[in-house]
Design a binder for this molecule. Structure first.
Ligand SMILES: N[C@@H](CCC(=O)N[C@@H](CS)C(=O)NCC(=O)O)C(=O)O
Length: 226
């Protein structure tokens, strides 16, 4: 049982905190969201008030009043939430190999998918450096190719069942129309379906989970795009 709401620092648009919202919905964990802005103004991720919580100046960040635990890094937060509050074992896997594989794919998400997708977005839409955009879009496609290969003959990344690893890819994968805009071979969902059929089916399978759908409704509401 969660005694009280988890204190959750988030951002309206940034994809990383939305991985945790999916988990809050999956596990029925009550939370109170505070939405920060980017930058150093009052209420910003780089304002000294927030830097005291997270020296990296990034969201998500949580404090769980039930345990006193404070944490940043979205995938670590998801692991913590599952460890404490997944009493039915919805996301549990059997055996050391599978447990490590969940960590492996969470690591790949945090070290490849998140950073490459984010840099492609910045290069293409903020800096508008076409050469850099092409470079990072290439890395985005390589990331998806890796996941597609891993999913050959499988419905989920690990242990033939849904795990935290699968859920962690959803928020960034939903930005692909923007991130791969202008790409010669993977700009549209139809093209991505042809290039990466395993990845495409898996993405849609995970997307259909009621908790994921609920998180997306909350996201639209928060972003004012419903
Ligand atoms: N690896 C971190 C990345 C966190 C991250 O980059 N968060 C973005 C929002 S999606 C952020 O706070 N950016 C603010 C900044 O970079 O100044 C995680 O998964 O939590």
């Amino acid at each position: 049982m969660v005694a009280t709401e988890i204190d959750f620092y988030s951002h309206r648009e940034g994809p990383n905190p939305w991985k945790n919202v999916i988990l809050f919905e999956e596990l029925g964990i009550p939370y109170k969201a505070t939405y920060l802005t980017f930058g150093g103004a009052s209420g910003g991720v780089e304002h000294e008030d927030f830097l005291k919580k997270n020296p990296a100046g990034r969201v998500p960040w949580i404090k769980d009043p039930a345990t006193g635990i404070e944490l940043t890094e979205s995938n670590l937060i998801s692991e913590y939430l599952a460890e404490k509050y997944d009493k039915k074992g919805i996301f549990a896997v059997e055996g050391e190999q599978n447990k490590l594989l969940v960590k492996q794919w969470l690591g790949f998400q945090a070290a490849s998918q998140g950073p490459f997708f984010a840099q492609a977005l910045v290069a293409k839409h903020i800096l508008k450096y076409e050469d850099s955009a092409k470079h990072f879009q290439g890395l985005v496609k390589r990331t998806i190719t890796t996941v597609d290969r891993a999913l050959r003959g499988k419905e989920y990344l690990v242990g033939n069942k849904i795990t935290l690893a699968d859920l962690s890819y959803i928020p960034w994968d939903l930005t692909l129309d923007t991130i791969l805009m202008g790409d010669s071979e993977a700009a549209t969902a139809e093209e991505r379906k042809k290039l990466w059929p395993n990845w495409y089916s898996w993405h849609n399978r995970v997307l259909q989970r009621p908790a994921v759908q609920k998180a997306l409704v909350i996201q639209k509401k928060v972003q004012g795009t419903e």
